[in-house]
Design a protein around this ligand. Sequence first.
Ligand code: GLC
Length: 416
Amino acid sequence: MTLTAPDLERVVSEAKRVLAQNRQRGTSAWDGRRYDFVCPSPTAYPFQWLWDSSFHAIALLHVDPELAKQEIRCLLQGLQADGFMPHMLLWEKNAHERALAEYSIRLAHPFFTATTQPPVLARSIERILDATGDVAFVREVLPPILRIFDWWRDVRDPDGDGLVAIVQPDESGLDASPKYDEAMGIVLGPPEEVLPALRRSMQRLFRAYDGAGQRREPMLDVFLFEDVMVNSIYADGLRALGRLCRAVGRPEREAAEREARYRATLGALVRKCWDEDAAAFWDLSRVLTFSCLFPLILPDLDPGIARRLVERHLLNEDEFWLPYPIPSVAASEPSFDPGWTTATTWRGPTWVNVNWYLYWGLRQHGFADVAAELRRRALAMAATSGIREFYDPFTALGEGAHDFGWTTLVLDLANA
Ligand code: GLC
């Protein structure tokens, strides 16, 4: 598990190759719009995904900042007038019918889905500003991004508690995570039964939403989940928006409002989700996944809570501190599936976007040594198996798609 200088060079050049290779350019049958973005995988995921592209933009900063801006501009073409941002934009729909047939998705329009994904993109804009100082770019993209966050508040916080809700599992991006098993009616059985059971359950969900309309879906309470990871990303985004509003000289009250909302969401996470005895953040689920640690990404999380999360769980070798941390599910959980025997996502393997977020979170909470070790092992993992979708946390064996888009965040780790 060493990481030599040639290893690091190889990881960097592989990541750059993937960013170039996964680039999709053309004119879409969707009103003749032009698209130019990096897809997660040309074979398995040839479309544009919301949180993937937000991560791609950060990785692209290490190739060419103009490509990072372009990634965001392309994505924002999907934004709707009311602030709804679809989780998938199907630019080259007709060319990828086979891939499309594999997904359980609901469409709001022939070219985009009816669901959203975590609003990572405020953090992406903050990183673009830090890397380029391009205030004009921020001024251009800030209004649409403010609308996205207002949509979350207006449509997805029906009880007004500061925590926003997702209405189906893939809105968190953690599609098949066992944290949703109970809410989806999945009973743990043989691995090969998990995926078919999930698909059946998704169809039930889709039938329940049929014809309801986006604003009514949360009211139906079919699957209403105030997810800890989603809310951590939402809160972090509001924090970033406060900073961005100031950077472009918008009225002070606009920045102050976002910061107040950031603190309200952080406060609600602590009040409603923090379990002092278990030293974990729970949402509706009591399954120990990386999500329980995710408020670590917030700089204003209470230092005592941060310490307990790190010492009790993150560094626990029976849970998350495996040879290649951080697994998506703690090794102590019955649903933990490091070898991907369920052939579906987020049930045990290690993902680079999770490590990337936690790396920066650990650093800002004063755990520089832990962060450095996490970085080293994440890069060693990519050096072992290439730029894969996810990895076996014991062996670093690559799993899922090859040449996977957001795993190129190793570029940001390599330069950290
Ligand atoms: C899978 C992941 C999701 C991701 C998508 C495209 O569905 O679970 O988070 O956005 O693939 O990479």
